[in-house]
Design a protein. Structure first.
Length: 169
């Protein structure tokens, strides 16, 4: 294990890296710290994941075992799809999104950048003309069932998912 400074100073012709950090905001911060350091980002796909349209997946993604990405899905940069999760048809996943284990993202869903979705969460099907949207920087709690659009910068929990109110100071 090398510190960041030692890694950057290492005299190698080609450096490759996969950002394996689950927190989307930290992963994004590290990406912007190193993107101009002549480092190549790569994606990692499990041999037993099923991906129907690999051409629509951006760089830096980590696709775990027993996962699926079906037809006509568009996947942004540095997406983490953890074990036993899936992305169904006609979904759009933004950059730096994390699906914890067991997330079910059904068809016609749009997830903006920097979203974390907890273990076992389910995102209900949207419609082709009315997608379910999860706004940027949002968090969906473990086991939540999302049945409607989620605003940006919010946390939703429960079944059906409701907005988590912040404590008053």
């Amino acid at each position: 294990v090398l510190s960041f400074k030692k890694f950057i100073k290492t005299k190698k012709v080609k450096k490759n890296i996969l950002l394996g950090i689950s927190d989307p905001k930290i992963r994004r911060k590290i990406y912007f710290k190193i993107k101009n350091e002549n480092i190549n980002f790569f994606s990692l796909y499990s041999k037993n994941s099923i991906i129907l349209d690999k051409k629509n997946i951006s760089t830096g993604c980590s696709i775990s075992p027993f996962t699926m990405i079906t037809s006509n899905a568009k996947i942004g940069k540095f997406f983490h799809l953890n074990i036993y999760s899936y992305v169904e048809h006609d979904c759009e996943i933004g950059d730096f999104v994390t699906f914890a284990p067991g997330v079910k993202c059904n068809g016609n869903v749009k997830i903006h950048d920097n979203v974390f979705i907890g273990s076992g969460a389910v995102i209900k099907n949207g419609m082709p003309n009315r997608k379910i949207v999860i706004g940027e920087n949002s968090i969906i709690g473990a086991g939540a069932v999302v049945t409607k659009t989620i605003n940006k910068n919010t946390t939703y929990v429960g079944n059906p998912a409701i907005k988590l109110l912040k404590n008053k100071k």
